[in-house]
Design a protein around this ligand. Structure first.
Ligand code: MG
Ligand code: ZN
Length: 223
């Protein structure tokens, strides 16, 4: 029985990887840069996107796919910030998005007028690490209300990611969080990580994040 279970899982993952490859080439065809945002619940993915949509909506053509286990609340929050369609995926209990859901969501998004696609994954640092969605890069949102050792506890997620947004830095005076330690742990697990420090609430640090998005989009469309 054990062997059989592993077989099924491998088949499911192989099917997902194939769908993800299709999503990736579709996005490439249209010159869309896609970032897969992962985090623990409550790290501030939606808040980061709200502020980013507010700030960059007239400069970068952005679209959002947002996954939630049970509600469309995040999608509704984000839809207030942009004229573009925010595609909600209610996973009905599943703790991660998969490539099939993203592929279906993309059918409703006008890729010809999209430069940057945010995929807000379900809040979970475990299995989203294993599910390729066809994104260009995974980005971990990690907040200063969590432990500095998150990268050590969830190494696979930080290894799979290319970027970390360390969010809620406005709370640093009130929490015992050591930014340098967190940075050290993250780089220990993955020395190639690029790390941003932000507060989606106050806007502190967001300018570097916006600059990064601007140049990443420009670079992607030049390719
Ligand atoms: Mg959210
Ligand atoms: Zn899962």
């Amino acid at each position: 029985m054990t062997v059989r279970t592993i077989d099924v899982r491998e088949r499911v993952m192989a099917k997902n990887d194939k769908l993800a490859a299709g999503v990736r080439s579709l996005l490439q065809q249209h010159g869309v840069l896609a970032l897969n945002l992962v985090s623990s619940p409550g790290a501030g993915k939606t808040a980061l996107l709200e502020r980013t949509l507010d700030e960059l909506d007239d400069r970068i053509q952005m679209a959002v796919i947002t996954g939630d286990v049970q509600t469309q609340n995040d999608a509704e929050r984000l839809a207030k910030r942009t004229d573009k369609l925010v595609q909600a995926v209610v996973t009905g209990g599943a703790c991660h998005l998969d490539a099939r859901q993203v592929k279906t969501a993309l059918e409703r998004i006008d890729l010809a007028s999209t430069e940057l696609l945010f995929i807000e994954n379900v809040g979970n640092l475990v299995c989203p690490a294993s599910w390729d969605l066809g994104e260009q890069a995974k980005l971990v949102v990690f907040s200063v209300t969590e432990g500095e050792d998150k990268p050590l506890k969830y190494p696979k997620m930080f290894q799979e990611a290319r970027y970390v947004v360390l969010n809620k830095i406005d709370l640093l005076p009130h929490v015992p969080f050591d930014v340098e330690k967190a940075r050290q742990y993250a780089l220990e697990v993955n020395p190639d990580l690029q790390i941003f420090l932000t507060s989606a609430l106050t806007g502190e640090g967001m300018i570097d994040w916006y600059r990064f998005l601007g140049s990443a989009v420009a670079e992607n469309s030049a390719e």
